[in-house]
Design a protein around this ligand. Structure first.
Ligand SMILES: C[S@@+](CC[C@H](N)C(=O)[O-])C[C@H]1O[C@@H](n2cnc3c(N)ncnc32)[C@H](O)[C@@H]1O
Length: 356
């Protein structure tokens, strides 16, 4: 049996939400303002999940998805939205998450910085192969491989390597992954090199606004962001747990003390010689809740938090607010992942002004 619903908004992870008998229904591949026919696939106590059967009345921001694999391949979720709508919804979702999870009323979230390229931007991929010799990405919520000739969000160099791989006669037809990285760097690298430059520019702009002698940078990787911080402070301490990344960072930037260890444990025990002016952190998707303990001890004057997951950012902000009495100054979404729901952002956090 199918149902007709109107989609009210988009939510994190890209789905749209509509109401059926007063309860939320979440549907992929829709847009706010669409009227759609859906089939309920799972019922939960508080909400249902549904699949899209037909778009009855499309929202004006809908566009024809450029990729022939769209919907079958699990890589992209928002190709049916105009790029302007993608940017606007990333801002709205970040705002809504900060209110819902961190309980921040009217958070200052700036308009999303667009990616210099909407397609052809991605430099690093893991492709999956199967025993039929197909290579591509997984279908949504599955481990079945969709054979891909060319990926539209990939840089040309990635597609050239994929083509070479697929035409290799000797290639064994087995289930395995293939890493392609045209950046030439090892370990973690931002996947959108041009937008990474905008992130660094923004970090520099914000970091320059506040005076500092001492900076701690947690989750520094191979020093992608450290490079921006070096001219700004006398003492910089940078930490990451990845040995290869730290070795690379140490050989690139001689003046910095790099530590290869767990960021949370390091920061909990860290005793700054002078007051800590700035804490910069760029954790993986699961965030950095444990850093709050170190913040309570060291009381950094400012925190710049780079996040690729609004849910864990908002959770960590709530901890910083409730346990350490810090507040969000402003948050800037930066579109690192066009055509997908993923939201990268830089947030500026400081001690609450109304303290005491
Ligand atoms: C999102 S990346 C950021 C890297 C770097 N800032 C950049 O821009 O390339 C997250 C980094 O956190 C590191 N990491 C993950 N868990 C960690 C932990 N518990 N302690 C220290 N580093 C960790 C990873 O090795 C990775 O380099």
């Amino acid at each position: 049996m199918t149902e007709k619903i109107k989609i009210e908004k988009l939510v994190y992870e890209g789905k749209g939400m509509g109401l059926l008998d007063g309860r939320p229904v979440f549907v992929p591949y829709v847009m706010a303002g669409d009227t759609v026919e859906v089939e309920i696939t799972r019922r939960h106590r508080q909400y249902s999940e549904a699949k899209l059967i037909a778009v009855l009345e499309p929202a004006p921001e809908r566009v024809e998805p450029p990729c022939p694999y769209y919907g079958k391949c699990g890589g992209c979720q928002w190709q049916h939205l105009s790029y302007a709508a993608q940017l606007e919804w990333k801002q709205k979702i970040l705002e809504e998450t900060l209110l819902r999870v961190a309980k921040i009323e009217n958070p200052k979230v700036l308009p999303t910085i667009p990616s210099p390229k909407e397609l052809g931007w991605r430099s690093r991929f893991t492709f999956h192969g199967n025993d039929r010799g197909e290579i591509g990405f997984y279908e949504p919520e599955s481990y079945r491989v969709v054979d891909i000739e060319k990926c539209l969000i990939a840089e040309d160099g990635v597609n050239e390597q994929l083509k070479r791989l697929k035409t290799e006669d000797q290639r064994p037809k087995t289930k395995r992954d293939y890493e392609i990285n045209t950046s030439g760097k090892k370990g973690f690298t931002q996947v959108n090199p041009l937008q990474n430059e905008n992130l660094k520019k923004l970090l520099k702009e914000w970091a320059e606004k506040v005076p500092h002698q001492t900076i701690v940078e947690l989750f520094c990787g191979s020093g992608n962001l450290t490079e921006v911080l070096i001219p700004l402070a006398k003492n910089i301490v940078a930490v990451d747990s990845d040995r290869t990344a730290i070795d690379l960072a140490t050989s690139s930037f001689f003046s910095i003390q790099f530590h290869c260890t767990d960021s949370v444990k390091f920061f909990a025990q860290y005793k700054p010689e002078a007051p800590l002016d700035l804490l910069v952190l760029d954790p993986p998707r699961d965030g950095a809740a444990g850093v709050v303990e170190g913040v309570m001890k060291t009381r950094p004057k400012n925190i710049l938090y780079i996040s690729c997951n609004p849910e864990t950012l908002a959770r960590d902000l709530k901890f910083l607010k409730d346990f350490a009495n810090y507040e969000l100054v402003q948050s800037q979404p930066i579109d690192m992942f066009p055509q997908s729901y993923h939201i990268e952002s830089l947030s500026w956090i400081g001690p609450a002004k109304n303290r005491g």
